[in-house]
Design a binder for this molecule. Structure first.
Ligand code: FES
Length: 149
């Protein structure tokens, strides 16, 4: 039968070994940590001429809609200004499925509870001549991306 002193030593050795192993596992996890990639903020779309005058194109991944009028292209956020649900666009109106807010085709509130209009988002042209949507940059409702003839 082992002496109590030996058992205590053995217990300490095992405890230290387990503590060291746990610390090593934690360190390896820390060193191998990969941050979750952030959601994209820029979306490369088609060439401007691909969108017909009068068209409305859903950009579901970007949660936005792309429109073209006589002056050019513009993008309206599909994120409801009330609490952030995604609005749909049908029959020249945006409608929020969450609490029923409605916006006209220009993004202005027709019916609450939303009180603020939908945001207009920045459009630029890439070096390749493609439309680029920046969902983090809000612009005025008058801004248009001109479509080259
Ligand atoms: S989130 Fe759209 S109406 Fe509430």
């Amino acid at each position: 039968m082992p002496s109590p002193e030996l058992s205590r030593r053995m217990f300490l050795k095992i405890s230290l070994g387990l503590s060291g192993a746990a610390a090593l596992i934690g360190l390896l996890k820390y060193l191998g940590y990969q941050p979750v990639p952030s959601a994209p903020t820029h979306f490369t779309l088609k060439a401007p001429g691909e969108y017909a005058v009068g068209s409305a194109t859903s950009l579901a991944e970007a949660k936005a809609w792309l429109f073209r009028d006589e002056a050019g292209l513009y993008a309206i956020s599909a994120i409801c200004s009330h609490l952030g649900c995604t609005v749909g666009f049908l029959q020249d109106q945006f409608e929020c499925p969450c609490h029923g807010s409605r916006y006209n085709a220009a993004g202005y509130v027709l019916r609450g509870p939303a009180t603020q209009p939908l945001s207009y988002l920045a459009l630029t042209l890439s070096e390749e001549g493609l439309v680029v949507l920046d969902i983090k940059k809000v612009v005025t409702a008058q801004q248009r991306l001109a479509v080259p003839a």
